[in-house]
Design a protein around this ligand. Structure first.
Ligand code: AHR
Length: 353
């Protein structure tokens, strides 16, 4: 409910209650103060797309820990369970509830124009978080904060390229399969493009691309199928860590070994996120060769945007988060992409989770 209207209504109720001669004056005053404080909270409706990965759980946790009552917020959290229809329904409910802000983590990029127009017509600012929306009119949302997913893909592919240069591995010896994320999600689109561009530029052999929907179970299933179809896979590009964990299960169950000796029979795993504890430990063990970070801790970033809006400021329309690339393999020290040099963060035993 809009704060000003709510406060007026609550005050009216308090005056009425006082007039009705309720017994304890101090108690009544205390109640009134508490009720007004509750009505003054900033109400945030958050449409989370689902709970498919450890990254997503960390993202939901960050939002819940930020938008607390102690911090002056009321958070209405809705899990879309990977369905855009559920997210659209949640946004319509938020509009009916007259929340102060809508935060949307969209499952895929397209299909948001109508509902975002409804939010705009209702005068409710919409903040997009994590993945992007592809709308015909950018004024349908106030701003976006998230990752540069194509850059993440470029970093992962550049790591592989630099490794092949250092190890003198010919491009025709690289046989890759890609376990993609949820098709149509910005993170899938960007990471798939990062790989596709490198495949084209370097003449690598991209055997197949299939979605693993960012889950461990689907990652395993897709990898099992790849292993039945191709006997020369030596690089698996997994578009998140949960898929990587599933792929490793499938590879090991097939009696093969994961690692970086790709001309000596091992299968190299390249991944994204860096949130899952097992994935970090697998980097240290050499089972995952490198991870391009995707940072999920957007709660404080969204809070900063809301605070700026509350103060009448105009936050940046697009805010990209700085991210690292992790490996325990010291062959590649840094990556140059465009004009920027990105150092590779070499994980140490004490980073084990
Ligand atoms: O959009 C971010 C991606 O979504 C993360 O990489 C993945 O783990 C999540 O499910």
């Amino acid at each position: 409910m809009k704060k000003s209207i709510a406060v007026i209504m609550i005050l009216a109720i308090c005056v009425l209650a006082a007039g009705c001669g309720r017994s304890n004056k101090a108690e009544k005053e205390q109640e009134a103060v508490q009720t007004i404080a509750a009505a003054e909270k900033i109400v945030v409706g958050f449409s989370q797309l689902g709970a498919e990965s450890d990254w997503r759980s960390a993202n939901s946790k960050s939002m819940k820990e930020t938008f607390t009552s102690e911090n002056g917020y009321e958070l209405i959290f809705e899990d879309g369970q990977q369905k855009q229809a559920n997210q659209i329904m949640a946004i319509r409910t938020f509009i009916q509830q007259e929340v102060d802000y809508i935060v949307l983590a969209p499952v895929t990029e397209t299909g948001w124009d109508t509902v975002l127009q409804e939010a705009k017509d209702a005068g409710i600012p919409v903040i997009i978080v994590d993945r992007m929306v592809d709308v015909s009119d950018d004024s349908l949302f106030t701003c976006w904060v998230g990752s540069d997913f194509e850059l993440e893909g470029k970093k992962a592919a550049e790591w592989l390229y630099q490794y092949t240069l250092k190890e003198k591995i010919a491009s025709e010896e690289i046989h890759i399969v890609n376990i993609q994320g949820t098709i149509g999600a910005s993170s899938q689109i960007g990471r798939t493009k990062g790989l596709a561009d490198a495949v084209k530029a370097n003449g690598w052999n991209l055997l197949a691309e299939v979605s693993g929907d960012y889950t461990q179970a689907k990652g395993r299933e897709v990898m099992e199928s790849f292993l039945k179809q191709y006997d020369n896979i030596n690089v698996v590009y997994c578009e998140n860590d949960n898929e990587a964990l599933g792929a490793i299960e499938a590879i090991e169950a097939a009696g093969k070994t994961v690692g970086s000796d790709i001309t000596g029979g091992e299968i190299m795993i390249i991944s994204f996120d860096g949130v899952n504890e097992s994935a970090i430990n697998y980097v240290l063990e050499g089972k995952i060769t490198c991870i391009a970070e995707c940072n999920p801790l957007h709660g404080p970033r969204v809070q900063a945007i809301i605070e700026a809006l509350e103060e009448g400021k105009t936050p940046d329309k697009f805010a990209y988060v700085d991210e690292e690339i992790f490996s325990a393999n010291e062959t590649v020290k840094d990556l140059t992409i465009g004009d920027t040099v990105y150092p590779v963060t070499i994980l140490q035993p004490e980073d084990a989770k």
